[in-house]
Ligand binder design. Sequence first.
Ligand code: ZN
Length: 221
Amino acid sequence: MANSRKPRATSSRVPKSPAARVRPERPSQDEAEEAVRTLIRWAGDNPDREGLAGTPERVVRAYREFFRGYEQDPHAVLKRTFEETDGYDEMIVLKDMRFESHCEHHIAPIIGRAHIAYLPHHRVVGISKLARLLDCYAKRLQIQEKMTAQIANTLQEVLQPRGVAVVIDASHQCMTTRGVHKPNTSMVTSRMLGAFRTDPSTRREFLAIIGLPPSTVASSS
Ligand SMILES: [Zn+2]
């Protein structure tokens, strides 16, 4: 039964455009579990031995959690905004949000912290929504640079604030546990839009709030 291969859509058919929502047909749970069994054999072990018997099912369930961002619409997350801000127009910063993602080159964990700030223009959004926005993009196959830009761009598009700043500081297990084996390295990426990009004092204030020296983040993003 597992050998009766159905034709499957391949990723090469998917257009590369970031706007494209088209995704290859989702394989069945059985197909996904079979793929895990193949990888176990590839690692050199026997998927039928007792200790591994439930592993394919658990891995597939874990994948649902690791990659649940594909089920979420980041624009919809931010849709509900509040306009009664009594003229509040100072910086709003959510700092030190831990996240877990997976690199799209090795499917290895990326673990880090994100700092998100914006300068409201009439509209604000509940702070839990910023955390959910982060997860929408983190729970996908990612590269850190793209994730940083996606979060900033979505906030800018939906809220249209006077500025957005996103800084992500993360360590990549594909670098720390394999390849070059550099255990204590982290990568910092940033995306500054609007006032955070054009006004050095706004940028400095943000970096001071999140505890980064201004030199960490270059003056343009
Ligand atoms: Zn990687």
